[in-house]
Design a protein around this ligand. Structure first.
Ligand SMILES: C[S@@+](CC[C@H](N)C(=O)[O-])C[C@H]1O[C@@H](n2cnc3c(N)ncnc32)[C@H](O)[C@@H]1O
Length: 392
């Protein structure tokens, strides 16, 4: 009898694993037990892998109960929707658009939120409803509001929350607007990523309130940031560590095909060729991408891999005016670069990388973010030391 057994053993096994990793603290353990993950995972899922962004094949609970329970009580994310619901299987869609997040990430972010009894909390990205249930168990459902853009996802989450005995306010809408009716909030937690913090989030906090959100530039690289709202309409704070969330729907970047950049001509089209001693392999790590992306706005990379292990790193701008390629081949010290358009994208990346190296190759934890009504600024070590913006 897999199901009844796992319903008891699974949560305890996962709780121990999360506590050992230091993600689940004893103050969240009662909530973890009152809102078991299996009550919030739908019948049809695509299990993920810890630390990876690949999904395994679709699992349907009634057909493969063992695989379903194993996924639920593994410390990995679970994709629950593709392509905003347009794709249902049996394979995988193009873009995962809703999930039940990785438990380590959920509890690390909840810890960063530092909630106290009676805090009023706004969550952006209801998804399966698990995080809203955990928050409800902790501060009381009357103090929790959660906003979800996808109507069907919100309706399913509301049902699951009710089934588990919680009735927080579930709002269907664009989370970028926050939720003005419930202001001011003591805490805001976003479980979809942003490239620009909606100012409504800052406005809707009480002074001293805390915002925890995954923030990542268009270029790539992403980390959870923890901001404190000041009484003067600004919010500021440091990045905590790496994350990889789905983008807030209204901030997704449209990515045109390479063809559109080449304007019908075969590569290298009108591109100017040069060489570089910076290996394309040295700009691909998540934290390096973050540091580059904080400087190089409005551009994104894409890797075209070949069977022999070599690859072409493509850079394209969101305005569809400029592109660049840098070819990686093992054991080489010089790499061929081709650039086209008003922006010299590889030169920008190289310059951003030079700055990062000159700062001692900082990781996420040395960066911070300040949001004001006019702008948002990424800084290094101190709010007075902004990251130098290049172009975009
Ligand atoms: C990673 S999932 C959230 C996980 C969720 N907190 C849970 O406990 O299952 C991200 C969710 O954000 C939602 N989302 C994306 N853009 C949004 C927006 N503009 N406003 C509100 N929700 C949004 C997605 O539809 C998706 O359900």
């Amino acid at each position: 009898m897999t199901e009844p057994y796992e319903a008891e053993a699974g949560p305890e096994r996962l709780a121990s694993a999360l506590m050992q990793k230091g993600a689940l603290s004893s103050d969240w353990l009662p909530a973890f037990r009152r809102a078991p993950r299996h009550m919030f995972v739908p019948e049809m899922i695509w299990p993920g892998t810890a630390g990876g962004n690949r999904q395994k094949n679709r699992v349907i609970r009634s057909e493969e109960p063992r695989a379903w329970w194993e996924a639920v009580y593994t410390d990995a994310p679970i994709t629950t929707q593709w392509d905003d619901g347009a794709y249902v299987g049996p394979g995988k869609g193009r873009i995962p658009s809703s999930s039940n997040s990785m438990p380590t990430m959920v509890f690390s972010m909840l810890a960063a939120l530092s909630v106290s009894d009676g805090h009023r909390v706004l969550e952006i990205g209801t998804g399966t409803g698990w995080n809203a249930a955990l928050l409800s168990a902790r501060v009381g459902p009357a103090n929790v509001t959660t906003v979800e853009v996808d109507q069907a996802t919100a309706a399913a989450a509301r049902k699951r929350l009710q089934g588990a005995g919680f009735a927080p306010t579930v709002v269907v809408g664009d989370g970028a607007d926050g939720y003005a009716q419930g202001t001011p909030y003591d805490r805001l937690m976003a479980t979809c990523s942003i490239g620009r913090m909606p100012y409504a989030w800052v406005e809707q906090m009480r002074p001293g309130g805390v915002i925890v959100a995954p923030w990542g530039p268009t270029y790539g690289g992403e980390a959870v940031v923890r901001l404190t709202a000041k009484g003067d309409g600004t919010a500021s704070g440091k990045f905590l560590g790496s994350s990889a969330f789905m983008r807030l729907r209204t901030q997704r970047t449209e990515r045109k095909h390479v063809r559109e950049y080449l304007k019908g001509k075969p590569w290298p089209a009108d591109g100017a060729t040069s060489t570089t001693s910076l290996s394309p392999d040295d700009v691909g790590d998540w934290h390096v991408m973050f540091a580059i992306g904080a400087q190089v706005g409005g551009a994104f990379p894409w890797t075209e891999s070949y069977k022999d292990g070599s690859y072409t790193l493509w850079l394209r701008d969101t305005a569809v005016t400029s592109w660049a390629t840098a070819d990686f081949e093992k054991d080489r010290v010089e790499f061929e670069v081709v650039q086209s358009g008003p922006r010299r994208l590889w030169d920008e990346v190289e310059k951003a990388h030079q700055w990062w190296e000159a700062q001692g190759c900082p990781g996420f934890d040395r960066f911070g973010l300040t949001v004001t009504p006019e702008a948002e600024t990424v800084w290094l070590d101190d709010p007075g030391n902004p990251v130098p913006p290049l172009l975009g």
